[in-house]
Write a protein that binds this ligand. Structure first.
Ligand SMILES: *Cc1c(COP(=O)(O)O)cnc(C)c1O
Length: 345
């Protein structure tokens, strides 16, 4: 792709990356005296594989995507930041994202001294390609989208996403942290046709492993090579790689939990609709529900007293008087609904 080099920051394009002992020799040998590791405390005395080869092979099988299309990082948050650092010159370039959405895109932009311009979603939280394209200028390098979106829970319109990819000449990131809960396929299936698309996924949600910090980016091999060039050499630690490898071979277990969560989602959705102070329950393609109530601050405080913690989104754009409620186990959801039914008007 000719214009990828043109989009990259010049210092990243010309960067000579750090070369670790494990980059210079990887393979079978009987004596490893090249990395100043301690010979005791096997296996954690050894640095992890910097390129996560075995793990990427497993991800490749689960996602049906060649390993060259896969980046593995310390949570999706690492990929969000690396993409910004690869493409956006501090104090000069911009990103465009949607509002309301996940707060990390803006925070990462501000850490990198990159201006973040926000295009509003419609009143029913749908994406308008025109609103995003209107916010784009000559300095916009990356557009960050999130589908299903957080905190609204809905899938963004596929046709509008395609229009942005078609007319915006920079990088389009689509964060699919919640895609396994959704009634739509991943955009990762379309990477061959879209060389400037980056799809983010994670083990933190459907796979139930937020604690190990493992995120994935899927993109053209040229983009993946750039992310690998600028990441910390050992960005995914050995216990996380081992745990993820094992977890990804238990897909049926994940699907079973997923079904239980989806079942609970419909039950909670119906129960919320029957409460007198609930004004609207937004349809969800994720493992949480956004709900508009008469008074979100009051409802939030009441739930805290009842020892049930939800997320108050009252102060977020277009989310006035909205609470974001994660779907828990049936017992946890029962306790939430029981508490809400006992709330005095
Ligand atoms: C939870 C979430 C993530 C996950 O981030 P990790 O760093 O992989 O845990 C990513 N994007 C969105 C929109 C999320 O809500």
């Amino acid at each position: 792709m000719k214009n990828l080099n043109h989009l990259l920051r010049p210092n990243i394009l010309s960067l000579k990356p750090y070369s670790s002992a494990r980059d210079e020799f990887h393979g079978e040998a009987s004596v490893f005296l090249d990395a100043n590791e301690n010979p005791y405390n096997h296996p954690y005395n050894r640095y992890p594989d910097p390129m996560q080869r075995e793990l990427k092979q497993r991800i490749s099988e689960v996602k049906d995507l060649a390993p060259e299309y896969i980046f593995v990082g310390n949570g999706s948050d690492e990929a969000i930041d690396l993409v910004m650092r690869a493409f956006c010159r501090p104090d000069m370039d911009h990103i465009v994202t949607i509002t309301p959405s996940y707060g990390m895109y803006e925070v990462a932009a501000h850490i990198n001294q990159v201006q973040c311009i926000k295009a509003p979603l419609s009143a029913d939280f749908q994406l308008s390609a025109d609103a995003v394209l209107d916010a784009v200028d000559a300095y916009t390098k990356v557009v960050y989208l999130c589908s299903p979106n957080n905190p609204t829970g809905n899938l963004l319109d596929r046709g509008e996403i395609y229009r942005i990819i078609k007319y915006f000449p920079g990088i389009v990131v689509v964060d699919e942290a919640y895609i396994d809960f959704a009634s739509a396929d991943s955009l990762a299936r379309q990477l061959l046709g879209f060389p400037r698309l980056i799809v983010l996924q994670t083990l933190s949600k459907a796979w139930g492993a937020a604690g190990i910090r493992l995120g994935m980016a899927f993109a053209s091999p040229q983009i993946i090579a750039v992310l690998n060039k600028i990441k910390y050499p050992y960005n995914v630690n050995r216990p996380a790689q081992e745990y993820a490898l094992n977890l990804l071979s238990r897909e049926e277990e994940m699907k079973e939990q997923l079904q239980r969560i989806l079942c609970e989602r419909s039950r909670v959705e119906e129960a919320l609709k029957s409460l007198p102070f609930v004004r609207h329950v937004y349809p969800s393609d994720a493992n949480f529900i956004l709900v508009r109530v008469d008074n979100a601050n009051e409802t939030y405080r009441y739930l805290v007293e009842q020892k049930v913690i939800v997320r108050n989104r009252h102060s977020v754009a277009l989310c006035q008087d909205c609470l974001r409620i994660t779907i828990g186990t049936s017992e946890e959801n029962h306790l939430l609904l029981h508490a809400l039914r006992g709330m005095r008007p």
